[in-house]
Design a protein around this ligand. Structure first.
Ligand SMILES: [Zn+2]
Ligand SMILES: [Zn+2]
Length: 557
């Protein structure tokens, strides 16, 4: 068997890898290229899409999922496996991406007509995106999915965005080989999400390296810095512009601000009441839709967030938070001088409403622009961040006077230490680690660090080269021999504990159901419904849902 690396090889975008195993072809991610590699979106797929059996999708970000509609349009007939929240997010993101493709093509064609150049077709349409959704098969975190006698897959939480996953794959040739694809790995302690799952063993790892040469500040430091920037900017009458991925980062910023707007954190002096008067505008229809998807997938949140929900506080909503929908509402934001916070997409300032906000605010010295995510080479965001004095937006020269900040503590990606820590947790060290999804300096530096500190051989793959994966005689934690498992056996202490845990979960669910039944009966027999109690029922239902989910995961069914 062998692996080929087709995207996110020379840079971070266009994530796509290919495993050729016996007569099967498995694709990992099918992402869109962004920034300086944008033109690559139009290249032919390196393999006939009709020959691909499975696509395992690590998460919904467009640089990992964005070429799926194109793959289907070009003949893919296989199955796309991903987690349920990833599917829910793809549903809105792929349609949105198609809409952007359609409107950009329309704009290009209008220009082409005037200059007599040939017309172009969009990469894919909204109808193509809709069609591609039919091929998805959403699964739960931690489920062990047996696809064939010789192929097993499992998705674990990568803590990067909602639904993001680390993908473990077991292949059975003569012996068993396990390949782990890290997807994008999140930062420990990230808002809303769980920490990246610890994986026990692998023969080969395909690992991201976005921040392989950087150390982030902590999330707490980033939080404090953000509050200070907001207060400083609005006190001098300016607006804070936060370019942000509509999905993921935006919800995390809402969550962080919610802590200050809705809960008492004891900021010194009048800072808290001052802050609450500053309106926050989420100016991205996609972000609004994504926020709804987040609310629907509460079971995937971390404990802190679940506790907020149980308290009746929706952590993705607070007073003075506004979602703007129409273009008119969006434009209105730049007509008023009121100090405010505008969070808008796209995260790297390449498209969308953020470009208008930058055009109207970058030249004002009282304003601030705060970057909270990675800015790929060749993007407008990267130029601003790198200290450009002037930028061109919609053909107009804009002189930069606003203050520019970058808060890497909000990053969706683990830093160098986080990546090393995750790798160090493997009890069985891998044969090789393939480093992808990073700029050269980042990959080189991470390769050195891993080889020096962990003694694991690293490879920086070359585009479309084929790397042979050799099998080794080893016994792994998930056996492909189902015959063995069917024989009667005596429970070990560990297995007894496992069953005890399952039993406790069942008792918990039973109690919650009893409670919910009692409360609903009371309501139906009376006339008035107390808002607090109503919320309690709602919360109980949420907890039941998550318990059932936990139970399903525990029992592995
Ligand atoms: Zn990502
Ligand atoms: Zn990525």
């Amino acid at each position: 068997m062998n692996i080929r690396f087709l995207g996110a090889v020379n840079d971070v975008t266009g994530s796509c890898h290919l495993i050729e195993f016996k007569d099967k072809i498995i694709m990992l991610d099918c992402g869109m290229y962004q920034g300086k590699e944008e033109n690559l979106n139009y290249k032919e797929f390196e393999v006939n899409p009709a020959d691909i059996d499975y696509l395992f999708l690590s998460h919904a970000h467009i640089d990992h999922s964005g070429r799926i509609p194109l793959l289907v349009k070009k003949g893919f007939k296989g199955t796309i496996y991903c987690t349920k929240p990833t599917y829910d997010l793809c549903e809105i993101m792929l349609i949105d991406s198609a809409y952007i493709q359609e409107s950009e093509t329309e704009w290009k064609n209008r220009k082409a007509k005037r200059s007599g150049k040939p017309l172009v077709d969009p990469l894919y349409t909204q109808a193509d995106a809709q069609e591609s959704l039919k091929f998805f098969e959403p699964v739960l975190y931690d489920q062990i999915i047996k696809l064939d006698d010789d192929l097993i897959v499992r998705f674990s939480d990568a803590g990067h965005i909602l639904g993001s996953s680390i993908i473990e794959m077991w292949f059975k040739e003569k012996d068993e080989i396990k390949i782990v694809f890290s997807g994008d790995l999140g930062m420990k302690g990230k808002p809303l999400l769980k920490d990246p799952a610890i994986i026990n063993s692998a023969d080969y790892i395909i690992m991201e390296s976005t921040y392989g040469n950087r150390e982030h500040k902590t999330i707490e430091q980033a939080e404090e810095e953000l509050i200070n920037i907001i207060l400083k900017t609005t006190r001098r009458g300016g607006t804070v512009i936060i370019p942000s991925f509509a999905v993921g980062r935006t919800q995390e910023i809402i969550y962080e601000l919610n802590k200050y707007y809705d809960r008492k954190l004891g900021l010194e002096g009048n800072k808290e009441s001052e802050l609450r008067k500053i309106p926050v505008y989420i100016d991205s229809p996609l972000a609004a839709k994504a926020t709804e998807v987040f609310a629907r997938n509460a079971h995937a949140f971390d404990e802190e967030t679940k506790n907020y929900l149980m308290d009746g506080d929706n952590p993705l909503h607070f007073k003075n938070l506004h979602f703007t929908q129409s273009v008119e509402e969006s434009k209105m934001l730049n007509f008023s001088d009121e100090p405010k916070i505008i969070i808008s997409a796209s995260g790297m300032c390449e498209a969308g409403r953020i470009k208008h906000h930058l055009k109207h605010n970058l030249w004002k010295k009282e304003c601030s622009v705060v970057f909270v995510g990675y800015q790929a080479e060749g993007t407008l965001g990267r130029r601003i961040l790198d200290g450009a004095k002037d930028v061109k937006i919609f053909g107009e020269n804009i002189h930069i006077n606003a203050e520019i900040y970058s808060l890497e503590g909000f990053s969706g990606h683990a830093d160098k230490n986080g990546l090393i820590r995750w790798l160090n947790n493997f009890q069985k060290k891998p044969e090789k680690v393939f480093l992808v999804h990073g700029e050269s300096e980042s990959k080189d530096s991470l390769k050195n660090e891993i080889e020096k500190t962990l003694g694991i051989n690293c490879i920086i793959p070359v585009y479309n080269n084929s790397y042979e994966i050799k099998s080794k005689v080893e016994v792994h934690e998930v056996s492909l021999e189902n015959g063995e498992q069917l024989k009667p056996f005596t429970l070990t202490e560990l297995e007894k504990k496992h069953i005890e845990k399952i039993r406790n979960e069942i008792v918990n669910i039973k109690n919650l159901l009893d409670d919910a039944l009692k409360i609903t009966e009371e309501y139906l027999s009376g006339n008035n419904i107390d808002a607090d109690k109503y919320r309690k029922i709602n919360n109980n239902l949420l907890e039941i849902e998550s318990k059932i989910m936990d139970l399903i995961i525990l029992s592995g069914k």
